[in-house]
Design a binder for this molecule. Structure first.
Ligand SMILES: C[S@@+](CC[C@H](N)C(=O)[O-])C[C@H]1O[C@@H](n2cnc3c(N)ncnc32)[C@H](O)[C@@H]1O
Length: 178
């Protein structure tokens, strides 16, 4: 049934001013609970997208200290304030240390042993979500350092999702917001 002329729309889109009022005044400090770890990135644009998702769900972003990464993050940062970034010198060593310190390391990957996204529970302990290289996925040496893997089911013709899309879906789930 169509809406009578002049009637208020059934759905009201919240204006930016109102959204700002409900958001945090400052970027969160390091909560150290949920960390997105694209440790072998190829495209800077994906890091910018992941940084926005990290802000949205209250996660930190762990990135390698490649020379081009700071600029890619600055370019991709469409936020007024940037969320927490951890700089990683040695991805494999860093992952091993996260595990040794008691973090759960979850690989976001198409893998035989992976749980489906819908079955992934929200993170109850400090969790690192590891994302793979855009062309090669998570390196074999890093697969040994995972506690679990999660896969996002696909029914189309593509073999995989964009890494920032995959990471964002998993971060929302781990944060308990989806
Ligand atoms: C483009 S994919 C990597 C390519 C893929 N491993 C291959 O060899 O064709 C880049 C990364 O995105 C994530 N990813 C993409 N699609 C995914 C899916 N359906 N489930 C889980 N992770 C996915 C993974 O972290 C993966 O390593």
């Amino acid at each position: 049934m169509s809406r009578p002329a002049g009637a208020a729309p059934a759905i009201r889109v919240r204006p930016r001013r109102e959204l700002r009022r409900d958001r945090r005044r400052a970027a969160h400090a390091c909560w150290d609970h949920l960390i997105a770890a694209p440790l072998w990135p190829l495209h800077g644009a994906n890091l910018g997208t992941l940084l926005r998702t990290c802000d949205a769900v209250g996660a930190c972003l762990a990135v390698p200290r490649f020379p081009w990464v700071p600029e890619a993050l600055a370019r991709g940062n469409t936020l007024r304030r940037r969320s927490c970034v951890h700089w990683v010198n040695d991805p494999l060593g860093w992952l091993a240390r996260q595990r040794d310190a008691g973090s759960r390391v979850v690989g976001v990957e198409l893998a035989d042993e992976a749980v489906r996204l819908a079955d992934l529970p929200a993170a109850r302990t400090r969790t690192v979500a590891v994302l793979g290289h855009e062309a090669h996925g998570i390196p074999a040496e890093a697969l040994d350092l995972l506690d679990a893997a999660v896969e996002i089911p696909m029914v189309g013709t593509g073999t995989s999702l964009n890494v920032a899309v995959a990471g964002s879906l998993v971060l929302y789930r781990l944060a308990g917001l989806l």
